[in-house]
Design a protein around this ligand. Sequence first.
Ligand code: ADP
Ligand code: MG
Length: 334
Amino acid sequence: MIRFENVSKHYSGNVTAVDSLDLTIREGEFLVLIGPSGCGKTTTLKMINRLIPLSEGTLWINGKKISEYDIHELRWNIGYVLQQIALFPHMTIEENISIVPELRKWERSRISRRVDELLEMVGLEPAEYRSRKPAELSGGQQQRIGVIRALASDPEIILMDEPFSALDPLSREKLQNDLLELQNRIKKTIVFVTHDIQEALKLGDRICLMNEGRIEQLDTPQGFLEHPANDFVRQFVGGASRQSMFSGNLTLEEILRASGRAEVHADLTGAGAIAGIPASAAVVSADTTLEDALELLAANDIITVEKDGEILGSITRQSLLQFMSERVKAGAVQ
Ligand code: ADP
Ligand code: MG
């Protein structure tokens, strides 16, 4: 567990990068730090492994102040992945992955087994890749090595600072999926910085949205979609979710089919059912888009979806938001 207690960071020149931060990151949690450029994400992250000293407050890891840890012990127990692929160009992939295990004086054979295991974990055939140089790998593959190198000595905590933002969209999506799958197996405490809300919604168990060194909202992805705490959050999440959600031009018919919610309101189907629909409900055509449906749901508690005179089902605002957040989480959004 990582606990920030009233932590601030002031840089010279009167910059308060992090302002009285109180934040507890649970063991095994995937926490995403997000916010506009300059809001203090990187500073927050680097204080955890003491790359940046705090100005005020206390930071605890597993109940012990970070200042009380031996610095090597602390760093070795915290994996760190950067945006810039920071592999050593003259070293082989195997040597790159082995750095921390070697510092920790693991036996050769143990290191070798670990390298194979890690390469296999991310789908890179060890026999083929261990003796290659970084330049002989694609950008996506290099960053995959960056991720497994951070895992090499099995640290409890992994810090990742915009690790995928330099990658093309396809590699990026692939690595996000890899990381989710990996995390399902290894259950590390991951603190992941991004400025991309879609990435945050997809990866995070919880998301911490920062602005000017403070927390605007700390919540689950669904919490962000359903209950934005204020206008700043609404704008940050709303803008991005509109962009990502509406690009697919999903219709209500497709949504009902995908979410299997049609049966929920099966009692509304059949002759004369329309007369029984509550007054606050609107009846809309099955080819209504998701975007239009959300607007309708701002004014109506429930909308009923009709096709060729038959009712396919009904959708509430909450069920639609849940559908959206599940889609984001499942990576179905392009
Ligand atoms: P983010 O990662 O969210 O973009 P940073 O944590 O890098 O934000 O920076 C937060 C604020 O602190 C910014 O205003 C930035 O300009 C400032 N800052 C970061 N590093 C330094 C530094 N070494 N010296 C002075 N100001 C800094
Ligand atoms: Mg940063």
